[in-house]
Design a protein around this ligand. Structure first.
Ligand code: ATP
Ligand code: MG
Length: 256
């Protein structure tokens, strides 16, 4: 049975998509069967996996509206070794269309049931909001991975996210838990980042992943080649960190 994880943080540009595509590629490299679900109308995880969001026949939009199954709509991201349920601008419309529907926050969860045995991991890239799309992600998941930069306001934003996760846990999804906080774009030369990192560990203890993702230009360059950094340049420091993170996740799910 697949373990399902949301990569979420309502703050924009914190590294959600970079984390999702590189964790997917890292897990695939160590033999895990992975489905990446792009829940962001920006379609960055889709493009970053080498799939053209403008020419997809079917996407996560069709799945949410009940017009296609995941098996029909997911495509193989060839050199990356995982499958992608892609997204594009059409998905922004789903937000409005879902309002009219029954069990609107459980559409993705119900669609995932049919493919649960086909994968070891399902990774959901959420948009930078606490919207109906993110809610669909949180309702589907066993856990949330929260990428964050070690900056002054990071802790403040975290409180909102933790509250939302608690509410979803209480009302919609008893399985949901924060799996961990992932420190990303980390630069140990910046004193403030080291301080915030220490605060995070003091406050959240083992909810902070051991792996730290450094700031690394190769990770930022990779999407323009339609590849995760882990595939584009496996030897880069950032890629090595994501490979370590993939191993850490495999260990973590053993204790879940
Ligand atoms: P959004 O909220 O818009 O969906 P996001 O949280 O998904 O954004 P990303 O798109 O993953 O964030 O990252 C934001 C930017 O930071 C991108 O240009 C990405 O290439 C860059 N970036 C992410 N992680 C790193 C890293 N470890 N080192 C260098 N650049 C990075
Ligand atoms: Mg993103």
């Amino acid at each position: 049975m697949a373990k399902i994880f949301c990569v979420a943080n309502q703050k924009g540009g914190v590294g959600k998509t970079t984390t999702t595509v590189n964790l997917a590629a890292g897990l695939a490299k160590i033999g895990q069967r992975v489905l990446l679900v792009d829940l962001d109308p920006q379609g960055n995880a889709t493009m970053g996996s080498g799939i053209d969001k403008r020419s997809m026949a079917l996407s996560v939009y069709d799945v949410l509206l009940g017009e296609a199954t995941i098996a029909q709509a997911a495509t193989l991201a060839d050199p990356c070794g995982y499958r992608v349920l892609g997204a594009n601008r059409e998905l922004a419309g789903a937000e409005v269309e879902l309002v009219e529907m029954e069990r609107r926050e459980r559409r993705l969860k119900e669609a995932l049931v049919a493919v649960a045995d086909d994968y070891d991991f399902v990774l959901i890239d959420c948009p930078p909001s606490l919207s109906m799309l993110t809610l669909n992600g949180l309702c589907s998941a066993h856990g949330v991975i929260v990428p964050m930069q070690c900056e002054y306001f990071a802790l403040e934003g975290l409180a909102d996210l933790v509250n939302t996760i608690k509410q979803v846990h209480g009302n919609l999804n008893r399985d949901l838990q924060i799996i961990g906080l992932l420190r990303v774009m980390f630069d140990p030369r910046i004193t403030l980042q080291v301080q915030v990192s220490d605060q995070l560990k003091a406050k959240f203890g083992d909810k902070v992943f051991d792996t730290v993702i450094p700031r690394n230009v190769r990770l930022a360059e990779a999407p323009s080649y339609g590849l995760p950094g882990v595939v584009f340049d496996p030897s880069a420091k950032g890629s090595q960190a994501f490979l370590a993170f993939a191993s850490e996740m495999v260990q973590r799910i053993k204790t879940m």
